[in-house]
Write a protein that binds this ligand. Structure first.
Ligand code: NAP
Length: 501
């Protein structure tokens, strides 16, 4: 695409806040500038929500919830609207993928193959739930009483999302919340607000009524904090890091809002000696360096059985060095820039920390070029289990390798992390695979595969990776509240005379 066409595409993205179905500037006139991480140059200047704007957005969402303009539609009508959103995402997939690449830096091929289909899938899948929010009847011990539940939406939902998969994060949060009849205020990351704003336009086009979804890009410390602490938000879904999560938990205590926390990870990837080495190697490279390692479930701790460790490590280094690094739109690029200079510096500092702690840097660890926020994919060896790079989430392209002897050792070391989000196990031995999957303290285990996501499969962490489940049937439970209804059926005249049985 010519640069003039690119400029026109970026110029066509909405630049204002989306509140109550209308586009508006921040009350204070505040703006933020989003950068292209591949060049470090400004991409777009957009309105930045502050406390007053979040107030307006929550008030709009509250009105939209209370007057029933969304819950009052029939389940089938809501279902059709959400399905339509999925179709509109597919219609605009090329533009959305390009904008995601420009704003986030990820390779365009990944945006097209991963981000766009998954974003659409969340709306297709969750649209089906609108017609299936059933209650239950309970066999209570009160004679002639009927007790049943209504499954109702929780109300106004606040959603705070990060920058690593901006459109997927918006879609995977909005789709189940809307399917259950909630109204939403969504705060995208200041780093990557553009596709969420485009999505807001698609929601309106699909027929989501005014005020049902409000999108307020802004800084975390202002807009995010205002949303987390807002007394009229009934449920908050926060996806981000543990440090921010602590503030969010404290802020949410004001009105005891219900919380889902989707936090960081330190995923172990365990390769036994009988594993399919080529498949494991490919998955380790993709899992460690896909999305530039900026994945909550990225392969960060690679445990290799001692019999294959040396060969695997050599092949891993070679495969890592073959990755084509560059601007995401370039043909064949597999590895782009990190999200920001600040984040690149932080990730790079971990390479220094690893060296200071005695690790060997087998490849990477340096900046391949001056422009943009690039850092080469990095493989470490000789890392101890209590090193900082073994314990802390780096959230970048740094894979530490370790040798192990037997399954018990691998499981114990994999579990020796404050995080518990995802893990991957590689073996041809089915019994071993099941046993390891059972013993790992994580929310998701991939066996002989890595990074499988589906709108139907639950996703959530244990330990400091958070709590609650954001996707699929389990998310539907979190976005709804059962209400118990009791009826004394013995009060009618006709009934009174009947013998009890
Ligand atoms: P972050 O710094 O914690 O920010 C996450 C979101 O919170 C952003 O929208 C941020 O806004 C906002 N925020 C910042 N300070 C806030 C405050 N005081 N109150 C309320 N909101 C505030 O995390 P990040 O660097 O964007 O994302 C990386 C983290 O997300 C990693 O730990 C990663 O593992 C985790 N993650 C988890 C999952 C999962 O499914 N478990 C998925 C993706 C990412 P600004 O961007 O404007 O500061």
């Amino acid at each position: 695409m010519e640069s003039r066409e690119l400029d026109a595409l970026v110029a066509s993205v909405p630049r204002q806040l989306f509140i109550d179905g209308r586009w508006s500037d921040a009350a204070s006139g505040s703006h933020l500038t989003t950068l292209n991480p591949a060049t470090g140059r400004p991409l777009a200047e957009i309105a930045a929500a502050e406390t007053a704007d979040v107030e307006r957005a929550v008030a709009a969402a509250r009105r939209a919830f209370d007057d029933g303009r969304w819950t009052g539609l029939t389940p089938m009508q809501r279902s059709r609207i959400l399905w339509r959103v999925g179709e509109l995402i597919e219609r605009d997939a090329d533009q959305l993928a390009l904008i995601e690449t420009l704003d986030n830096g990820k390779p365009l091929s990944s945006a097209k193959k991963v981000d766009l289909p998954q974003a659409a899938q969340h709306f297709f899948y969750h649209s089906g739930w609108c017609t299936k929010l059933e209650g239950e009847t309970m066999p209570v011990s009160w004679p002639r009483h009927l007790a049943y539940t209504l499954r109702e939406p929780v109300g106004v939902v606040g959603q705070i999302i990060p920058w690593n998969y901006p459109l997927i994060m918006a879609a995977r949060n909005l789709a189940p919340a809307l399917a259950c009849g909630n109204t939403v205020v969504l705060k995208p990351s200041e780093e990557t607000p553009l596709t969420a704003l485009w999505l807001a336009r698609l929601l309106a086009e699909a027929g989501v009524p005014e005020g049902v979804v409000n999108v307020v890009p802004g800084y975390g410390r202002t807009a995010g904090a205002a949303l987390a602490g807002h007394p009229d938000v009934d449920r908050l879904v926060f996806t981000g890091g543990v440090v921010t999560a602590r503030d969010v938990v404290t802020a949410s205590a004001g009105n005891f809002k219900r919380l889902t926390l989707e936090l960081g990870g330190k995923a172990p990837f365990i390769v036994f000696a009988d594993a399919d080495m080529d498949a494991a190697l490919q998955a380790a490279v993709r899992g460690g360096f896909g999305n530039q390692g900026q994945n909550c479930c990225a392969v960060t701790r690679l445990y290799l059985h001692k019999d294959i460790a040396r060969e695997f490590r050599e092949k891993l280094v070679a495969a890592t060095e073959r990755l084509k690094i560059g601007e995401g739109r370039e043909e064949g690029v597999e590895f782009g820039p990190l999200i920001s200079a600040r984040h690149r510096d932080r990730v790079e500092s971990y390479v220094g920390i690893a060296r200071d702690e005695g690790a060997a840097v087998l490849t990477g660890g340096e900046r391949p070029q001056a422009d943009g926020f690039f850092l080469k994919p990095t493989v470490l060896a000789g890392v101890t289990d209590d090193a900082r790079v073994s314990k802390e989430e780096i959230f970048g392209p740094v894979v530490a390798t370790y040798d192990f002897d037997g399954p018990g050792e691998a499981i114990a070391r994999a579990n020796s992390s404050p995080y518990g989000l995802a893990a991957s196990v590689w073996t041809q031995d089915l019994s071993l695979a099941h046993e390891v999957a059972r013993r790992l303290r994580v929310g998701c285990v991939w066996t002989n595969c890595f990074s499988r996501f589906d709108a139907a499969a639950p996703w959530g962490g244990v330990k400091q990776s958070g709590y609650g489940t954001g996707i699929g049937r389990h998310a539907i439970e979190e976005y709804t509240q059962p209400k118990a209804v009791w009826i004394d059926t013995a009060t009618g005249d006709a009934v009174r005379g009947l013998p009890a049985f």
